[in-house]
Each structure stands twice: as structure tokens, then as C-alpha cells.
Design a protein around this ligand. Structure first.
Ligand code: F6R
Length: 610
């Protein structure tokens, strides 16, 4: 949420900032701005350019103003929290001798504002971020490090700040608490940003700024000090993907590109964890002792990641008979969860920075539970703070709507289920080997499913004017319905609900009238007959039925208006293929409605506020 970037070096800073903001735009896109020190600028005057709307508006404005060269600056693309969308509320914020960009929320901004107003200092915006700039300025007596140290003692909440001080026109200072910041020094200079997509053009090597440490960036180096002024060496990390992964590569939208990247992402996530046809976490450093004596598993996550947990629960319980609950992370902390040393809490997160999931993880640790996270972004907060991490290898996911991250999360959860069952001895090695064989076939299965786009496009045309629809299914298909529904809602703005097919008749079926679309998932053999009855129930009330079933299922042609079939695969793996169908339905419907699929309204990638 909110993209931030800072650069100081020997190439044009404005270009680095604007390119970086374009790459980071998926983190927030209601307004954007940059501040920079002009080369040989008179009396250290920082210049700021801001606009509401997309980064492209900012690019136009910057080029129309034809500002002179600059080699040091900061930039921000916003997802509004405090204060509406306006140029005044847009970052960077300048107060006194301080210019700042912020990602996060300052919780005690009201008290701080009152304190500052008592001293006759008034903000011009409605943002908590400007208050932070004012607090830093009031703590500043020509020593930036001391000012930041004093200021953060007063600030409560989550933050990643990049700060410039008027007297230091070649330096950027940064600090974070909760919100992410990664940085690197290269031959072009020093660069810091919310995530790697803004750095990848310059380096594949980077470090995560440790929390509560101050980074001082100059063109030659980055120095990190703790709050006692001790210098600290950062742990360097490396990403295996490159610039191409962060570009659309000929696709109209990142979402479509990422849907198509699923076979490779799945292969990269599954293949390194299979040895002798059995699941193996040796290279992940996950010991079998993690699973010994477990009497309970809690999976906690948000949105799509939570939906992956629902499918994972099914497989873990089936193979190990250990009870699994799936909790929405934003609720988990407030329901006084029962946790002990024999509970394993699994957090699932693409970004590894989702504030609610991170808070749930911290609570689990405080209460002595074992923790494992399934995370996509290397070195992210959730990955670092969990006892163990199983990385998914999806590469960067840039579309706000999660697609490839979801299917690799399913694969990771299946691997966890298989390894746990193996350690527990709850099923035979042969059973696990059969499952592994099926899992290895998943990338190819998903590749085949990518070919169903032609069948989906006419269906999307029919959904174009729909106001509301239902996804129904039983068992795994119900869990998958939840994912289909969120995907459609978030990018097409069509209201939908996911319902357990058998539950519909207990109330909600009153909403099924002529031509109400119902997307019915019927991929699970053991509940197929029951599912057919549920489809008949909606059909007889006039529903327009789009059915997803296995190729070999006996489906009466009169039962549905559209039938999408999956090639033969063990029922447990059908969600991988059906997920592609649901992703396509959401994608093509949103495209047909003329919407910006990658940047849906009100949303942003990586939700770093609670
Ligand atoms: C939906 C979507 C969100 C995320 C959720 C968790 O398409 O992307 O629901 O799944 O915000 O994000 P992560 O996985 O980064 O914790």
C-alpha cells in the first residue's frame, strides 16, 4: 500500500523516481508526487511536483514543467488513508526543513497535531504523514540522525519514511516500522523503495532495511545505524527474476500475464521440494520436528491467501486427521485464540507484508505456538518473523488481483499436508507418492486449462450487464467458489456471493429468479449427485447456469447454459484447473466492462494497514 522510492546518485533522479513510481503504482494509484533537489539549486530549495490520478499524469506534469537536472529525490504513489484524494494530501509533504514520504499510518497523529498547534504550527493537509514531517522538523537541530531518532520515539503506528533535509541536498534518510523498505547501492547511486520491482532495473541484489534502523543514502554508499548510532551490516538478498518479470511482456494486463505464468510458477514451487517422489523440505530448512506432536493447526491469512488456506485445510485434515481451522487474520487477534506449543499456526501471504496477517503471526508467537509461513516475497516481514518459511516461487505479482500467487499457495499447502502426513505416518508412502505424481502433473494440467479462454469470453459477454451473481459448490468447490467470487467482485465490480450449494435453500435461494447467473462448480465426485440436485433447484427457478465439471462427468445438457470441462485429474487437484476458469471469468468480464483490470478502484496491492 503506497509506493515509495528515493534515489541519490549520478544519473537523473527524476527519471529514476518516475520509472520507479510507474513500477510501484500497483501499491496505490490515487495520486503521486516527487520532490528533488535541483543541481546547484539556490539555497537548498527542494522542488515538489504533485498530481491527483495516475503516475502518467505526474510524468506529463513533470515534463511540462521542464525542471532542470537533479540527482537526489523522493517519490510517492498514494493509496489514501487519512484525508481524501487531493493534491494537498498527496506526498511528498514539506514542513520547515523536512521533506518526507510515508507508507503506513500514524495512529497518534491527533495528539501530536494538538501539541504542534499549541506551538503555533499548523498542517496544510489532512494527512497523518504531514504531522510526521512536522514532528521530525521540530526535533531537527541540524543533525538528521538525531532528529529521526527523537521523532520516532513520539510516533506510534506503522511507517516507512524516506526523508530529505534541506541542508543535505545529496542525502536521503529512511526508517521503517512495519511497512516494507528495500535498498541497494549500485554504480548509478543508492536507491530505496517499497519493493524490489523499483530496484530490479539496477540490481538483483538488495537488502531489507531492518526495522527501527536508519538508512543514510548517499550516491556512494548506504550506511545503516541502529537507534543507538551503532553501524549495522545488512543481510544481502538476491532475486532470481529480472526486468522482464516486472513488465507486461505484450499482454494487455499484468493479470492476464500472471494467469499465463501459472504453469511455470507452479513448476518452480513444486519441483525443488520433491526427492525420490516424496515431499522434501531440506533445502527450505524446515525440520520434521515442526510437525511432531501437533494436535492442531490454525491457518490464518487474508482474502485470496485465506481462500488458499481453505483448500489446504481439506488436504491436511484428510491425510493427517489433525484438526485445522482457517481464520481471517483481521479477526484472529480479537477472538482470543487458543494457542499452545502443540499448535502450528500457518500464515499465508503473497506479499509477506499484510499487516493483519503479520499481527496474527506475532500473536501466535507470543502465545508459544509454532509458526510456518507460506510467502512469495523473499525477506518480507512475515517470512522473517516466522519460525520457518516455505517460499512460493511465483516471481513478482503486480496485478492487484492475485492469480498465480493463489495457485502456488495451493501447491505449497499440499506439500505441507504431504510432508506432515509422511512424518506422522498417517498414510502410507505409496499414497503420498501417488499424490506427488498428481502434483507434479499440475503445471501441465494448468497449461491445458489456459486454453479455455475462448470458451469463457462469450460467457463474460453474457455477464456484462449482470448486477449480482452466485458461485456455488460443495467441499473443495465451495472453498474455490469463495475465490471465484472475490476475483469477480474486485475487478468487475459485479456483486457476487459464494455459497455452499446445499446451504442456498436455507434462505438465499429467494434471490434466484429468471436469468440470475449461477456459476456452479461440480468437480468433486463424492458430492456430484448432491451438487446436481442443487443445480436443479436453481435451474428450476430460472437461473442462468454456468457449470464447471470434469470431462467424464455425466451432465444433462438441459441442466446448464454453459459447460466448461476439466481434463481428467484426481479430484483433489481439480481446484488448480477450476481456478483458471474462475480467473478468466473475472478477467474477461472486467475487460468487457471496459475496466482497468490491474488497478481496480479503491484497492491496492499489499495491504500494510490494519
Ligand atoms: C485478492 C487479493 C487479496 C490478497 C490479500 C492478502 O485478489 O489479492 O485478497 O490476497 O490482500 O494479501 P497477501 O497475500 O499479500 O497477504
Amino acid at each position: 500500500m503506497c509506493g515509495i522510492i528515493g534515489f541519490t546518485g549520478n544519473i537523473e533522479a527524476k527519471e529514476v523516481l518516475l520509472q520507479g513510481l510507474t513500477a510501484l503504482e500497483y501499491r496505490g494509484y490515487d495520486s503521486a508526487g516527487i520532490s528533488f533537489f535541483p543541481e546547484n539549486g539556490s539555497d537548498h530549495k527542494v522542488q515538489t511536483i504533485k498530481t491527483v490520478g495516475k503516475v502518467s499524469n505526474l510524468i506529463d506534469k513533470v515534463s511540462s514543467l521542464s525542471a532542470g537536472p537533479s540527482f537526489c529525490g523522493i517519490g510517492h504513489t498514494r493509496w489514501a488513508t487519512h484525508g481524501g484524494v487531493s493534491e494537498t494530501n498527496c506526498h511528498p509533504h514539506h514542513f520547515g526543513r523536512v521533506t518526507l514520504i510515508h507508507n503506513g499510518i500514524i495512529e497518534n497523529y491527533k495528539e501530536l497535531q494538538e501539541e504542534l498547534e499549541g506551538e503555533g504550527k499548523y498542517p496544510v493537509s489532512q494527512t497523518d504523514s504531514e504531522i510526521a514531517a512536522m514532528v521530525i522538523d521540530s526535533c531537527y537541530k541540524n543533525n538528521p540522525l538525531k532528529a529521526i531518532k527523537r521523532a520516532v520515539k513520539k510516533l506510534q503506528g506503522a511507517y516507512a519514511f524516506c526523508i530529505m533535509f534541506d541542508e543535505y541536498p545529496e542525502s536521503i534518510y529512511a526508517i521503517r516500522n512495519g511497512s516494507p523498505l528495500v535498498a541497494t547501492n549500485t554504480k548509478e547511486g543508492s536507491i530505496i523503495a517499497s519493493d524490489m520491482v523499483a530496484l530490479i532495473k539496477y540490481s538483483k541484489d538488495y537488502f531489507v532495511l531492518p526495522e527501527h534502523h536508519i538508512a543514510h543514502l548517499t550516491k556512494d554508499s548506504i550506511t545503516i545505524t541502529d537507534l543507538e548510532h551503532n553501524e549495522v551490516e545488512p543481510d544481502m538478498l538476491h532475486v532470481s527474476w529480472d526486468m522482464a518479470a516486472a513488465r507486461k511482456g505484450g499482454y494487455e494486463y499484468f493479470m492476464l500475464k500472471e494467469i499465463h505464468e501459472q504453469p511455470e510458477a507452479l513448476h518452480n514451487t513444486i519441483a525443488p521440494r520433491i526427492k525420490n517422489q516424496l515431499p522434501d523440505f531440506t533445502t527450505d530448512g524446515i525440520p520434521d520436528s515442526l510437525f511432531n506432536g501437533l494436535n492442531r493447526i490454525i491457518i490464518t491469512a487474508c482474502g485470496t491467501a485465506m481462500h488458499a488456506g481453505l483448500i489446504g485445510k481439506n488436504m491436511i485434515e484428510q491425510l493427517t486427521r489433525v484438526p485445522v481451522t482457517v481464520d481471517i487474520a483481521s479477526e484472529f487477534r480479537y477472538q482470543d485464540p487458543i494457542l499452545d506449543a502443540n499448535t502450528l499456526v500457518i500464515t499465508i501471504s503473497q506479499s509477506g507484508e499484510t499487516a493483519d496477517t503479520l499481527a496474527a503471526l506475532r500473536l501466535a508467537k507470543e502465545n508459544g505456538a509454532r509458526t510456518l509461513s507460506v510467502v512469495n516475497v523473499k525477506g518480507s516481514s512475515i517470512a522473517r518473523e516466522s519460525d520457518y518459511v516455505l517460499y512460493t516461487h511465483a516471481g513478482p505479482e503486480i496485478a492487484v488481483a492475485s492469480t498465480k500467487a493463489y495457485t502456488v499457495q495451493l501447491a505449497a499447502m499440499y506439500l505441507v499436508a504431504f510432508r506432515f502426513a509422511l512424518v506422522k505416518g498417517s498414510v502410507s508412502q505409496d499414497v503420498i507418492r501417488n499424490y506427488i505424481r498428481e502434483l507434479e502433473a499440475v503445471p501441465e494440467f494448468v497449461k491445458t486449462m489456459l486454453g479455455c479462454d475462448r470458451a469463457i469470453q462469450p460467457i463474460s459477454q453474457k455477464l456484462l450487464k449482470t448486477e449480482s451473481l452466485f458461485f456455488i459448490g460443495r467441499g473443495l468447490d465451495h472453498a474455490l467458489s469463495c475465490e471465484g467470487s472475490i476475483k469477480l467482485k474486485e475487478i468487475s465490480y459485479i456483486h457476487s456471493e459464494a455459497y455452499a450449494a446445499g446451504e442456498l435453500k436455507h434462505g438465499t435461494i429467494s434471490l434466484i429468479t429468471d436469468n440470475v447467473p449461477v456459476i456452479a462448480l461440480a468437480t468433486q465426485e463424492k458430492v456430484f449427485a448432491k451438487m446436481i440436485s442443487n443445480i436443479r433447484e436453481v435451474r428450476s427457478r430460472g437461473a442462468m447456469v454456468i457449470m464447471i465439471a470434469n470431462e467424464d462427468a455425466q451432465v444433462d445438457a438441459a441442466l446448464c447454459d454453459h459447460l466448461i470441462t476439466l481434463p481428467p485429474i484426481d479430484n483433489a487437484f481439480a481446484p488448480f484447473g477450476a481456478a483458471v476458469v474462475l480467473q478468466y471469468i473475472a478477467y474477461y468480464t472486467a475487460v468487457a466492462r471496459g475496466l482497468n483490470v490491474d488497478q481496480p478502484r479503491n484497492l491496492a496491492k499489499s495491504v500494510t494497514v490494519e
